[in-house]
Design a protein around this ligand. Sequence first.
Ligand code: S3P
Length: 437
Amino acid sequence: MRPSDIHCSNGIYIDKELPGDKSISHRAAIIAAIADGESVIQNSATGDDLVSTLQCLSQLGVEIETSATEIRVKGQGLNGLRKPDRHLDCGNSGTTARLLAGVLAGQPFESVLIGDESLSRRPMGRIAIPLRRMGAGIKISDNGTLPMTISGSTLMGLSHTLEVASAQVKSCLLLAGLCAEGETAIFETIPTRDHTERLLPFIRKEILHDGHKLTVHGRCSISPFNLTVPGDFSSAAFLIAAGILIPDSHIRLRRVGLNPTRTGLLDVLGEMGARVTIENHVEDAIEPYGDLVVSYHGETLQGCLLDEKIIPSLIDEIPILAVIGTRTNSGLEIRYASELRYKECDRIMALVYNLRQMGAEVDEFEDGLFVHPSSLRPAGIKTFGDHRIAMAFVIAAMAAGGVSTIDDSECIEISFPGFMKYMGIEPTECHREFLSC
Ligand code: S3P
């Protein structure tokens, strides 16, 4: 837990490139590890979650060199990973655990995935069940959680319809499909982030009348690649919100990832009437990117109701979107989002708790929340150890003015180590208070 002070005087001014996207960086590192040769990943994510992935890969015998600007991964091919000599610790990272499980299911050795307290509460049955159907031996706890013991074997291709709209489950099964005999077909009724498919262009995509079908043929060898990872849209979301909510702020974020399966927040902000613009948009790259620009105008935003189909494209942005919802004229309704209860913490509970602490009127539902138009007041914030709850309420506290307190800002290191500096907050050893404008 790290105490911090915030001294916010004349708004937030940022004109920068952000560290690389976390979801893309995990996938790039894992896919590079099973490619035939050396891959180079530039502007990779910098948070603790990516460190968890890199450490697990090196325990599996993958040589990785990191420098300030790039990561070099010496791929071992589909069959070249080594049995680890201890448990693979995925830390706080669900993406590490679920994607690695897909790769490990097809390896001829036993491995055990473990995680921290938060990850050890998150559901793993959603990958264990289909991986078993492919022929892997998978043991998880009676609660359906880590630790997961994987006795890899020769896998058979599978045809599977995703029961939850989850890119982690989809990617786990596509990676397992790479090592399987025959064809693996995944059906998703609501599209989820497609970074794995973009990195493995031999995955065939078909658009069906009720969703997508993705097909991978097993035993395809993977070519090494060079990739520059665009800035993390999910990190950018907090800074965009700072531009909307904190007076006198001017934000320009350069080369941010704008993959349409991730940018639902921009669509909702557009509907609300917030003025966020895209400049220098490059659409014909493996991962599209552009500059995001927003300045404070202090307008009241239009209320809105989120459609079920948009939820996966903004699932990680819901904490900050709920904070923005307090500034609408008729409220923000977020439903069909029960997945939020299975993230780094129960995010519906954490949002309702902290918004109410700050004086907002909020209705809680099993699958979401309704945020009424409210003015926020300073309060004691609990992060529940969740990086996105922490960042959302740092912004809320700064927008509220006065002095708020936060119980833990250290968890922000999971995804966005520079965040407190971007917000002009220097960590100190002696205070836990946010002194805001
Ligand atoms: C992720 C997918 C999402 C997201 C998570 C990262 C990924 O989870 O919430 O932060 O990298 O695939 P689900 O796919 O389980 O919803």
